[in-house]
Design a protein around this ligand. Structure first.
Ligand code: PLP
Length: 435
């Protein structure tokens, strides 16, 4: 069925053996270690357009795209030039630069519900700061999150649901004290009853609700728009701030993210990934009344040595300028939709238990044959078919993020020819798995 050896990974294997001496698990972020799919992680040497090459010089069409930031693919010429031109003047100053103004102005002109932003250096930092701001602004301590949403490795959000409909969290990572975790309430996604009963009991203590409006870190758990709309209404009614964590969906499903796509306005929004053009940038933003609580204007402390780094700002601005061009998102969505529908009709014709779920240019392999999954508890935990497909595709030159819970991304550089080639390889892979 599957070739076990497949592509030569000997250089990656050597580098991985070495890196295990330096880093826990040999990596600087856990999912990179290939633990869920098995085998040796590829060490990547370079990327160009839709392609990456590993240290053994194997070439892949890349659908991981650095986990989302690279909406223009690898090494886009304009992003590259912008980085290099800016870098010529120095890498970092720790003082204000014009580039921060330019990127902020570009974003704020196009996203009307935020008046001010603060740049940070990662999605995690954006979320952590947004939570602190919500608590500082509201004077309340508890926060609500949803089971199946990921918000970075923020202590208060590394929390699992207990049993029952509305539950106080239990920490999902060693090192997070239970006393922190119990300030977080965990609700099921797409469940209005749970949300209402939570607000009826605890609203006076709740600073904010945080949600990925397009949950894309545990499969792709598309929410009913009516759920998100009602969430907004209830937050307003109970005087609880609504945070949209748009680190993955911001500048991805629309320039203004899910908020623009669904026409729903959060009180605070967090960005990351695409906003930095492949360099480390995050941001959080809100109306003036809320942002004036952030230091040095207000009492909520938040700072960063490399925040607003000029080179990263330049990369982000070059990328977002392209995203803001006419039809950018229309084209990206159209080719993603055609690609996904082709795979889905192939699976339907052959009775394969797979349905790709997608929104905008994000897609996910849902290997349990269900049409629509809106809660993490509905995901089939058996990822063996995904793992087989992942392994098959690596051997024929297609790279996906190494976990069945992760989504794939189509970039501007994935043209019809790349998507067709990928379709042919995916269909052959599925055939070898299921027949
Ligand atoms: C990736 C992600 C984060 C964390 O961002 P990092 O830059 O990895 O710290 C937070 N929230 C969401 C929704 C994400 O997708």
């Amino acid at each position: 069925m599957m070739t076990q050896e497949g592509i030569d990974r000997s250089v990656s294997q050597e580098l991985f053996n070495e890196s295990k001496n330096y880093f826990p698990g040999g990596v600087n972020s856990p999912v990179r270690a290939f633990k869920s799919v098995g085998g040796t992680p590829l060490f990547i040497k370079r990327g160009d357009g839709p392609y990456i090459w590993d240290e053994d010089d194997n070439k892949f069409i890349d659908f991981c795209c650095s986990w989302g930031p690279l909406i223009l693919g690898h090494n886009d010429p304009q992003v590259f030039d912008s980085i290099v031109q800016t870098l010529k003047n120095g890498a970092s100053f720790g003082a204000p630069t014009r580039k921060e103004n330019e990127l902020a102005a570009f974003i704020l002109e196009r996203i009307p519900f935020i008046d001010k932003l603060r740049f940070v250096s990662s999605g995690t930092e954006a979320v952590m700061s947004a939570i602190r701001l919500a608590r500082g602004y509201s004077g309340k301590n508890k926060i609500v999150k949803f089971d199946g949403c990921y918000h970075g490795h923020v202590d208060a959000l590394l929390v699992n649901a207990g049993s029952g409909l509305v539950t106080f969290g239990t920490s999902s990572s060693a090192g997070v004290p239970e006393s922190f975790a119990k300030e977080t309430l965990v609700l099921p996604l797409n469940d209005l009853e749970a949300l209402k009963s939570c607000f009826e009991t605890y609203a006076d203590d709740i600073a904010c609700v945080i949600i990925e409006p397009v949950p894309a870190n545990n499969g792709l758990l598309l929410q009913d728009k009516s759920f998100l709309t009602e969430l907004r209404t209830l937050c307003t009614k109970y005087n609880v701030l609504l945070i949209f964590d748009e680190v993955i969906s911001g500048f991805r499903v629309a320039f203004g993210g899910a908020a623009e796509l669904y026409g729903i306005t959060p009180d605070i929004v967090t960005y990351g990934k695409i906003i930095g053009g492949g360099l480390p940038v995050g941001a959080y933003g809100a109306k003036k009344e809320i942002m004036q609580f952030v230091s040095p204007d207000g009492p909520v402390y938040q700072a960063g040595t490399l925040s607003g780094n000029p080179v990263a700002m330049a990369a982000g601005l070059a990328q977002l300028k392209r995203c803001a061009e006419d039809n950018f998102y229309v084209d990206l969505q159209a080719k993603t939709k055609a690609f996904v529908e082709k795979i889905n009709s192939y699976c339907a014709q052959n009775n394969f238990p797979l349905e790709l779920v997608s929104i905008g240019s994000i897609f996910w392999f849902s290997f349990n044959g269900k049409k629509r999954i809106t809660a993490s508890s509905q995901i089939n935990p058996d990822m063996s078919n995904f793992n087989k497909l992942h392994n098959y595709l690596l051997n024929v030159g297609v790279y996906f993020g190494p976990s069945g819970y992760e989504v794939g991304f189509v970039s501007e550089k994935h043209r019809e020819e790349h998507l067709n080639e990928t379709f042919i390889k995916i269909s052959a892979g599925l055939k070898s798995i299921f027949t």
